[in-house]
Design a protein around this ligand. Structure first.
Ligand code: HAM
Length: 428
């Protein structure tokens, strides 16, 4: 077939069968988050570019290389959101949500856009389920957030996922750490790629995000942030570890987690799953205590995470998770002849008003083709409606799997008759 164009590289169509799987996963995520008090928020897909430059950081891979940025017709630079947090915090500040009782607990499902090299589990359009707790500085917020992520993953039946945590300190400890990093990377600067050379003086921590293998090798010997964090950050991290033990969530300290976005401070974490020998981060997040002030708002310490829905589905399928099939009709009403058509439409509406999935012909098919179609779409019952049935006010309903027939009245008793037939058969 010569269609004029294909889908954009790194972007996916979610077809009806998969849509059901997406809906199931999103429903579980939302239900679980609601148990912890999260409420939904929706923000625009487009934001002014400076929002991401200032929050995600202009030396990050996301801002430097991956954003879909363009000028709109008013010649303003706008960007398709590469992540959810910055837009959510902008919306909180702009709408004064922080004047409500704190903390704010917000959840969202957002499409995100990053011009990355597409590969398994990495797309240019992907969907994040995100949670943000805004206005809480205590480590108890970190624990509640991590517990929510943990119970979502458990309810989705995802096994063999491990929680990795780290602390990247506050701007105060990071000053000393950045000095140490500069000293270390300067020694190796001749072997660094051009991007990392630029980052060396602007933001040396971002060198850890480089995907170039040579830079990766150099990173292995670099100073570790945990050796530089101040007393306050260290005590926050110690409390986090103690509380994680008390809620019985296993964790591993991974000093290499620095996250790729600039807004983080103190706690950072990732839930990682090993798939065919490669580690896939299903969920990543951390504290961003200073972001509100960076955006021009008041002090609003916060913590959040983003879960990649495609990756979650990928792992669930690998682990043979059970997904319900898209539903099929309970009944197909096949009209035969002109008089039967409006009656079939009327009966279908009556059924639908009682939340019963009903189908009828909209293709002007003959009876044989209608029955074939009813079989293909897996309708549980069929009802053939011709002149005779309309005249007598009675018809036969056939259960497709065993060809059993039941009489049904086409008057005001129709819906009760149908419910009786359904009920009897469920009881068998
Ligand atoms: P992030 O680690 O960049 O964090 O993304 C969160 C999750 O989104 C990742 O763990 C991964 O599952 C998924 N993800 C990221 N990039 C891709 C991609 N190209 N293709 C498929 N999935 C992807 C954030 O975005 C932060 N906003 C999370 C956060 C919320 N931190 C605080 N609050």
């Amino acid at each position: 077939m010569n269609i004029i164009t294909k889908r954009i590289r790194g972007m996916q169509d979610v077809l009806p069968q998969e849509s059901k799987e997406w809906e199931t996963v999103e429903k579980i995520m939302k239900e679980e988050a609601e148990l912890y008090g999260f409420k939904s928020i929706r923000t625009p897909i487009l934001e002014h570019t400076e929002l991401f430059e200032r929050s995600v950081g202009d030396t990050s891979d996301v801002v430097e290389k991956e954003m879909y940025t363009f000028n709109d017709k008013g010649n303003r630079s706008v960007t398709l959101r590469p992540e959810g947090t910055a837009g959510v915090l902008r919306a909180v500040l702009e709408n004064g949500l922080h004047n409500n009782p704190l903390p704010l607990k917000l959840m969202y499902v957002s499409s995100c856009y990053r011009y990355e090299k597409p590969q398994s589990g990495r797309y240019r359009e992907f969907f994040q389920f995100g949670l943000e707790i805004i206005g809480a500085s205590d480590v108890l917020a970190d624990i509640q957030l991590i517990c929510t992520a943990d119970s979502i993953l458990k309810r989705l039946g995802i096994n063999s996922v491990s929680l990795e945590i780290n602390s990247i300190g506050c701007p105060c400890c990071r000053k000393k750490f950045n000095e140490a990093l500069k000293n270390y990377f300067e020694i190796h600067s001749s072997k660094l790629c051009q991007t990392c050379k630029d980052r060396l003086y602007r933001n040396p921590m971002r060198i850890f995000d480089c995907k170039n293998p040579e830079c990766g090798e150099i990173c292995k010997g670099a100073p570790v942030i945990l050796d530089y964090i101040c007393e306050k950050c260290s005590s926050h991290f110690e409390k986090l570890k103690t509380l994680l033990k008390s809620v019985k969530i296993n964790y591993k300290i991974n000093p290499e987690i620095v996250r790729g976005l600039d807004y983080y401070s103190k706690t950072v974490f990732e839930f990682v799953c090993n798939i065919d020998g490669t580690n896939l981060t299903l969920c990543g997040g951390g504290r961003y205590d200073d972001l509100s002030e960076i955006l021009g708002g008041p002090s609003l310490p916060a913590i959040g995470f983003g879960m990649g829905i495609e990756r979650i589905l990928m792992v669930m399928k690998k682990q043979n998770a059970f997904f319900e099939k898209p539903s099929s009709p309970e009944i197909y009403i096949a009209p035969l002849g002109e008089k039967a058509v409006p009656k079939a439409l009327e009966l279908c509406e009556i059924l639908r008003r009682s939340s019963i999935f009903a189908e009828t012909d909209i293709m002007n098919r003959n009876l044989k083709s209608q029955m074939k179609y009813a079989d293909k779409i897996n309708s549980r019952y069929t009802l053939v409606l011709g002149d005779e049935e309309i005249q007598s006010g009675k018809a036969k309903i056939k259960e497709m799997k065993n060809s059993k027939e039941y009489e049904i009245f086409l008057n005001e008793n129709f819906i009760n008759n149908f419910l009786d037939i359904q009920f009897k058969n469920y009881n068998i």
